[in-house]
Design a protein around this ligand. Structure first.
Ligand code: HSE
Length: 443
């Protein structure tokens, strides 16, 4: 790369995040120039609809509806892919790499679905692929794992990676509101993704968990290899029952590795977590990531996991990294170092099976309120080798219906799944059982 006093940014997509990046680079351009020694030029942006009004001060001459013209423009040094989606974004990112451009992205779904191909293409073409904004918005968790905590092996990473579901659970808990009512409010506030399953079924958090697992263990874990559950079945009943047990309910992503067996566990599910845990106190749209390393011990990062400014902050941090390695002429050596880093991490680890994953469970059953039902439920659990820890029964949901809430001692996911299947088939169990996991403190 020839010496340049200014590097040019080309944007793919100019939605909420793109406009945030544009706005903040415009505002802080001089500060960034003095820190970097080179300037950043907001050069061009590809948008879907040229007629849309945009809040940031973008000259119409900088806009195009042809994204190819950005990734093929020899003037563009760094491409900011902020368009979302996977098919078109993948093609454009690959073209940008073929043209030797570094790409900065916030697109977690793209990285999850095509990470192996994209990172390889970047390396082959001597380009960087940077993605700080893809996980936990403004929290610099990617940098923390790759740089600040690089001396560590990570036995446990867990946290709240989806702000929308955290907002819904928080409002239900604080105000005693029903799930559907808070969901309606969250929709009205624009918090819920257009594809609601991403937020409500744990998929968005699972994409982010997969990226953290890659960074920590050098291995891509597909969503099929994880237990992924969302918050749709959580009722006020569960939140109140959790409260009586000294817990809150949070949608937690968990990535753990047993270094003796070289097995990794990754999953996303609503969990009961003791109110004494720091992460349990992280409410509203905030995210939290707790990282346990063998050298540093526990580190908890908390911050805004979404929104224009927080996400723009992460994108700009990647742009600054890209500029530093391009303008210092260290791009090639930093790519080599990165490749060596992931080679060292990916040590043939495999995914733990459901028969290996252990934990305690919370089970809510709606049952016939009649003699022998409790005995039948405990028999099913006992047949599966599951030991009950607590039982809480309330009558009066409706005539002749009781709500039964059980917690268990440790057992395997497999045993519990078998017991739940048997409970579903039991005539006195009236609705689908609600199964939640109980978070175990990490010392
Ligand atoms: N839908 C995501 C969330 C946005 O609620 O956290 C940021 O990825």
């Amino acid at each position: 790369m020839p010496d340049k006093s200014t590097l040019k940014l080309g944007f793919l997509g100019m939605g909420v995040v793109g406009q945030g990046v544009w706005k903040h680079i415009q505002r802080h351009g001089e500060t960034l120039r003095s820190r970097l020694g080179v300037g950043l030029e907001l050069y061009r942006a590809a948008v879907r609809d040229l007629s849309l009004k945009r809040l940031s001060d973008i000259p119409p001459s900088a806009l195009t509806d042809d994204p190819e013209s950005i990734v093929n423009d020899p003037e563009v040094d760094i491409v900011c892919e902020l368009m979302g989606g996977t098919d078109r974004a993948r093609e454009l990112t690959l073209t940008a790499f073929r043209n030797g451009k570094t790409v900065v992205t916030a697109n977690k779904a793209l990285i999850c679905d095509h990470g192996t191909e994209l990172f390889e293409a970047a390396r082959e073409n001597g380009a960087h692929y940077l993605f700080e904004a893809s996980v936990a918005g403004g929290i610099p968790v990617i940098k923390a794992l790759r740089e600040g905590l690089v001396a560590n092996r990570f036995s446990h990473i867990f946290g709240i990676l989806n702000g929308t579901s955290n907002y819904i659970l928080t409002r239900m808990e604080r105000e005693g509101l029903a799930y559907e009512d808070v969901l309606t409010e969250a929709r009205n506030l624009g918090y819920v993704e257009a594809d609601e399953a991403l937020d409500l079924d744990g998929i968005d958090a699972a994409h982010k968990a997969a990226i953290l697992a890659y960074l920590a263990h050098g291995r891509w874990i597909s969503l099929d290899e994880m237990v992924v559950e969302g918050i749709r079945d959580i009722t006020l009943h569960d939140i109140q029952a959790a409260h009586r047990l000294g817990c809150k309910i949070k949608l937690l992503a968990i990535i753990s590795k047993d270094f003796d067996t070289n097995r990794i566990r990754a999953g996303v599910h609503p969990m009961l977590i003791s109110t004494e845990e720091v992460v349990a106190g992280v409410d509203e749209v905030y995210n939290a990531v707790s990282i346990t390393g063998d050298v540093a011990g526990n580190t908890v990062l908390i911050g805004r996991g979404a929104g224009q400014d927080a996400t723009a902050s992460a994108v700009i941090s990647d742009i600054v990294d890209a500029v530093t390695s391009i303008s210092n002429g260290v791009l090639e050596s930093s790519l080599k170092l990165e490749a060596a880093f992931y080679e060292r991490l990916s040590d043939g680890s495999t995914i733990a099976g459901l028969d290996e994953i252990q934990g305690s469970f919370y089970l809510r059953l709606s049952v016939d309120d009649k003699p022998g039902v409790l005995a039948r439920v405990t028999e099913i659990l006992s047949n599966a080798g599951i030991s009950i820890s607590t039982v809480d029964q309330a009558s009066g949901e409706g005539k002749g219906v009781a709500s039964l809430i059980l917690t268990t001692h440790r057992s395997t996911e497999k045993a519990m799944a078998g017991a739940v299947a048997d409970l579903k088939d039991e005539p006195s169990v009236l609705e689908n059982p609600v199964l939640l996991r109980i978070f175990e403190s990490i010392d």
